[in-house]
Design a binder for this molecule. Structure first.
Ligand code: FAD
Length: 320
């Protein structure tokens, strides 16, 4: 069976959910092998095995944390040249896309970014991408080299398939380019009990209609009732009502959750570009002509200050 490499996204060995999704997709295409870069491989291997990794390549080199993405590209290149995989799956994060693009150049392979689904095809993996703000669903496959595919979070539900992975430690000779930019310090993100925006199953976002920083407490209340991440439109973050790191859209974060709830957001094309691939979209807007209603599965024409408190109360009541 063809080997499929999956680049592991982790924080000190804690494997992030998008990797488990990639392993689930990789099993459709062949035998998944995980590539683990950095510290914490022992803890990660157990989880990777639970989700079907037959092999785990480990590169535990200090360069991986000390420099930007090039050490990861060097390591992936080294492993891919030996393993000759049929495909390489990478999470569609900022780093992931940069690694994938550089890897495609090194391996002379075709690259597909931001896939929302992957299936086996006659000439290699066939991807689906959502294009032009989800107006088109594009099917594509790579015609040159091993298919390198970045996949958006929440493309599939992770399904366990326990395996006992063989662990192979790999030594990499890093290129001069790898050490060109040194990471001098890191600032941990403020701790929050809410899930991260890109990997959350549910995102609740507020826009200009929220009308003030203090009113974002209402968006947070609904988000917490649903166990969701909080998003915001650019109009809201530019007004200083919520941090820029929560902006959803073309120039913010692109999300693809199971459920996206937009409150007081008009649905401008740039906002849509960041959330249209969400599985179910719900909007609350007092203007029945708002463009967001062209997109929704369920729309509520109403004042968010009346609708959202009732929604939060009802969720709390049903949760008992
Ligand atoms: P508005 O368009 O002002 O809409 C507010 C909505 O709230 C209205 O529909 C109104 O009916 C409703 N409302 C008001 N009061 C209430 C109430 N009490 N109850 C219910 N509904 C109410 N935008 C992004 O979001 N993300 C991006 O990444 C992004 N990138 C951009 C990149 C470029 C190059 C450009 C030019 C623009 C970008 N924008 C982006 C901005 C985008 O064009 C819109 O201006 C922005 O999305 C509008 O935000 P909004 O929907 O919150 O505000």
């Amino acid at each position: 069976m063809a080997e499929i490499l999956v680049l592991v996204d982790h924080v000190d060995g804690a494997v992030r959910k998008p990797t488990l999704e990639l392993l689930t997709l990789a099993r459709r295409l062949g035998e998944p092998s995980a590539v683990f870069l950095g510290r914490g491989a022992d803890a990660a291997t157990t989880v990777l095995g639970e989700f079907g990794a037959r092999k785990v390549y480990v590169v535990d080199a200090p360069e991986v944390d000390a420099y930007l993405v090039v050490p990861a590209v060097d390591a992936m290149t080294r492993i891919a040249r030996t393993a000759e995989p049929a495909a390489i799956l990478v999470p569609s994060s900022r780093d992931g896309k940069e690694i994938a693009a550089r890897l495609a150049v090194r391996l002379d392979s075709g690259l597909i970014t931001d896939a929302v689904d992957v299936h086996p095809g006659e000439s290699g993996p066939v991807t689906e991408q959502s294009a032009f703000a989800a107006t088109y669903l594009v099917k594509a496959h790579v015609t040159e080299g091993a298919a390198i595919i970045t996949v958006k979070p929440n493309a599939t539900t992770p399904e366990p398939a326990p395996a006992a992975p063989e662990v192979e430690h790999v030594t990499v000779e890093f290129s001069a380019a790898a050490t060109g930019v040194t990471v001098l310090s890191r600032t941990p993100r403020e701790k929050s009990d809410r899930p991260g925006l890109t990997e959350a199953d549910i995102v609740v976002s507020g826009g200009r209609g929220v009308n003030g920083a203090e009113n974002f407490a209402l968006i947070e209340r609904v988000a917490d009732a649903l166990g969701a991440a909080v998003g915001a439109s650019r109009a809201a973050v530019d007004s200083g009502w919520y941090p820029h790191s929560h902006q959803v859209g073309q120039t913010g974060t692109q999300v693809s959750p199971q459920l996206y709830l937009a409150a007081g957001i008009s649905g401008a094309i740039q906002h849509r570009a960041g959330m249209q691939t969400s599985r179910t979209i719900v909007a609350v807007n007092k203007d029945e002509e708002a463009p967001i209603f062209d997109l929704v599965d369920h729309g509520v024409v109403g004042d968010l200050f009346k609708v959202l408190p009732q929604l939060a109360d009802e969720i709390a009541r049903r949760k008992g």
